[in-house]
Ligand binder design. Structure first.
Ligand code: ADP
Ligand code: MG
Length: 329
């Protein structure tokens, strides 16, 4: 059965002011209702820039969308007037960031802030909004939920603050939730609790989830599909099982190598020397070429096209499939 995706990003390219190339380059992916897509890649690969573009939150003076579409429930967000985006944001689409302290106002209680997020979009009374905030605090399993409504952000632990952010993001029943490294700043036990919570709430609400992470443990836990981003391009994508069991892009393989459990399963460990290239010195062909153990001359010349590997997997590497690469290396 074919279903329309909640979010469909098509050929999105973004250039920062004064830079010679599109940093985000022809990025495409889509997410259906109730599904989770994990966008993975090292720090600096363009994951946050991509998510900000989807939410209409790119700094307009610094960044320009040079091509593409971001369809949300059929509408292209890139062409909607700002007032329409504001109606959607925090309402039908919501976002959670890594550091909740930067998104919470230190001068208001957390209960007030969640209630205001509801009132802004739902036009209910203050009492109804507070009831909804309390309901959400219970849903995110805030201990002593009613009392916690009156806390200020600084009175809470990082884990509790992230629960507030999740309560706020989900308070208006969004169809799309974007979470940008929501557990990175938390300690491991709390990370696991927050992930479980997000998965459970997503099951309840049927929201589509775009989870941004550089942690493959998170991917294994929560993803239906994975898109691997390197230096602003999607280099590989597909169902999570395919990406873990048969990674085809040398960069994906490198990321796997950086996670011991997976490296053990694969029976070898690849490290990726070097760093993500900066926009000013972005190579012309494959952006991973300078770090790739399988590189050939032709890789430096032209951008590798995404090709279909079957089973919903796509890879942008002229040396794929990997079996022949490993044999030849
Ligand atoms: N306002 C900006 N102006 C110029 N470059 C920027 C700006 N914001 C982000 N970048 C660049 O975009 C790249 C990707 O950043 P980001 O999306 O934050 O990566 P990630 O979230 O994957 O770690 C970085 O190299 C960063 O320098
Ligand atoms: Mg980021």
């Amino acid at each position: 059965m074919h279903r329309d995706p909640v979010l469909d990003v098509r050929d999105l390219s973004i250039r920062f002011r004064g830079q010679p190339i599109d940093l985000i380059d022809t990025v495409s992916f889509s997410i259906e209702r109730g599904k989770t897509l994990c966008l993975v890649g090292e720090s600096g690969c363009g994951k946050s820039v991509t998510s900000l573009a989807i939410m209409g939150l790119l700094p307009k003076r610094a960044a320009t969308v040079t091509q593409g579409a971001v369809r949300f429930d059929g509408d292209d967000l890139l062409t909607l007037p700002e007032t329409r985006i504001e109606d959607l944001r925090g309402n039908r689409m919501a976002m959670i960031f890594q550091e909740p302290m930067t998104s919470l106002n230190p001068s208001f209680t957390v209960g007030h802030q969640v209630a205001e997020a509801v009132r802004r979009h739902k036009g209910c009374t203050p009492a109804e909004a507070r009831d909804r905030a309390l309901e959400m605090f219970r849903k995110v399993r805030m201990p002593a939920a009613e009392k916690r409504l009156d806390d200020y952000p600084h009175q809470m632990s990082g884990g509790m603050r992230q629960r507030v952010m999740i309560a706020m993001a989900l308070a208006n029943d969004p169809e799309l939730l974007i979470a940008d490294e929501p557990t990175t700043a938390l300690d491991v036990t709390i990370q696991a609790q927050i992930l479980d919570l997000m998965r459970e709430l997503q099951d309840d609400t049927g929201a589509a989830l775009l989870m941004i992470t550089h942690d493959l443990g998170v991917v294994a836990e929560i993803a239906d599909d994975v898109a691997v981003m390197y230096a602003g391009r999607i280099v590989e994508s597909g169902p999570v099982a395919r990406i873990f069991d048969e990674p085809q892009h040398p960069y994906t393989l490198g990321l796997m190598g950086s996670m011991p459990a997976i490296a053990g399963r694969q029976g070898r460990l690849l490290t990726i020397p070097g760093a993500v290239p900066l926009p000013a010195s972005m190579p012309q062909g494959c952006r991973f070429a300078s770090r790739c153990p399988f590189v050939q001359d032709a890789c430096h010349v032209a951008r590798p096209a995404l090709s279909d590997m079957g089973g919903g997997q796509q890879v942008a590497c002229r040396r794929a499939p990997l079996d022949t690469m490993v044999g030849a290396a």
